[in-house]
Design a protein around this ligand. Structure first.
Ligand SMILES: NC(=O)c1ccc[n+]([C@@H]2O[C@H](COP(=O)([O-])OP(=O)(O)OC[C@H]3O[C@@H](n4cnc5c(N)ncnc54)[C@H](OP(=O)(O)O)[C@@H]3O)[C@@H](O)[C@H]2O)c1
Length: 291
């Protein structure tokens, strides 16, 4: 049995599907009761409901599992405490392997959610648990929330330079790697950077989308102040606003990219290209419309 935390989120769902596809038993930790059926529908064997800061809940959730796959909620102010609670629960339950879903470049202090992940990695090293750390770059899938608007308006907008480079990774490749490190021997003590196979700027990403949607899509830099105003009006909390503002400033100045050799070696094939990802999104959209 593998305990997956943050299980009902963007990452958790894809990881559960991938583990279920390999016939692994998964106990999913979700925040809300309504999410129990949702995670069971995608392959979780069991679910536990509650808060990642609840020590006794985590102790109970870790009982009888051989591995923990810890996913912290995105941009959460308590991610260090949540990591430590999960690690402590794994230690007291005698868990044999703790896999931490971290992020590419946790060393970057200018991005608080990266820096906090490094503190969790540090606590994991000190715990004595056999561990593996996965450090994914930003997901290709992050665009999906705004995909229809991007295609309709022909504009890929972001509050940082159109020249800013990234190496987006397919979340499905990340989940496939999670399965590999959880189910195959030889990954204890490893820290793996997981990056897509290309380093592309916003304009190049837009050009790839254009090639498949049948009309021009251009990259555009929007004002950061405007982004903050809109996100605040949409109800985003102050910690997340400030953290994401700092992240966009970092992207604007330095980009956020890495090298895909590690992911290639782990998968035993070239990681998914942005071109292949866009084709898959369009194919899935066509299938959804047809049904
Ligand atoms: N997005 C990327 O490109 C990327 C790249 C690399 C690493 N990461 C990292 O991946 C991690 C997961 O990101 P994600 O986008 O999958 O997260 P997400 O969609 O925000 O999912 C987090 C899940 O945790 C739940 N949750 C929130 N607060 C909780 C609490 N106090 N107790 C228990 N559960 C709680 C949420 O519940 P609700 O559904 O009720 O909100 C949600 O289901 C983050 O740490 C992020 O930094 C992301």
């Amino acid at each position: 049995m593998i305990l997956v935390t943050g299980a009902a989120g963007k990452t958790g769902r894809v990881v559960i599907r991938a583990l279920a596809g390999k016939k692994q038993s998964v106990r999913a930790l979700v925040r809300r009761k309504q999410q129990v059926e949702e995670v069971q529908a995608i392959g979780a064997t069991e679910a536990v409901v509650g808060d990642l800061l609840d020590e006794s809940l985590l102790q109970q959730a870790a009982r009888g599992v051989h591995a923990v796959y810890h996913i912290c909620p995105n941009v959460h102010p308590d991610e260090i405490a949540m990591g430590k609670v999960s690690i402590a629960a794994a230690v007291s339950a005698g868990v044999k392997h703790f896999v931490f879903h971290s992020v590419l470049r946790p060393q970057i202090e200018a991005m608080p959610h990266h820096w906090r992940k490094m503190r969790v990695e540090e606590a994991l090293f000190a715990s004595g648990l056999p561990f593996t750390v996965l450090q994914p770059a930003s997901y290709m899938q992050n665009i999906l929330a705004e995909w229809d608007g991007v295609v309709e308006r022909g504009v890929l907008a972001a509050p940082y330079s159109v020249q800013s480079q990234s190496s987006p990774v397919d979340l499905q490749d990340v989940a496939a790697t999670a399965v590999i490190v959880l189910c195959e021997p030889g990954h204890h003590g490893a820290i793996y950077e997981l990056c897509g196979p290309e380093v592309l700027n916003q304009s190049e990403l837009a050009t790839i989308i254009s090639a498949h949607v049948g009309h021009a899509v251009r990259a555009e830099q929007t004002g950061l102040g405007e982004w903050v105003r809109r996100a605040r009006a949409d109800g985003l909390g102050e910690y997340a606003l400030e953290t994401l503002r700092k992240m966009f400033c970092y992207y604007d100045q330095y980009g956020f990219w890495g090298n895909s050799h590690t992911l290639h070696a782990l998968l035993g094939r070239r990681p998914t290209s942005y071109d292949a990802f866009v084709k898959r999104v369009l194919r899935e959209k066509r299938l959804t419309r047809a049904h």
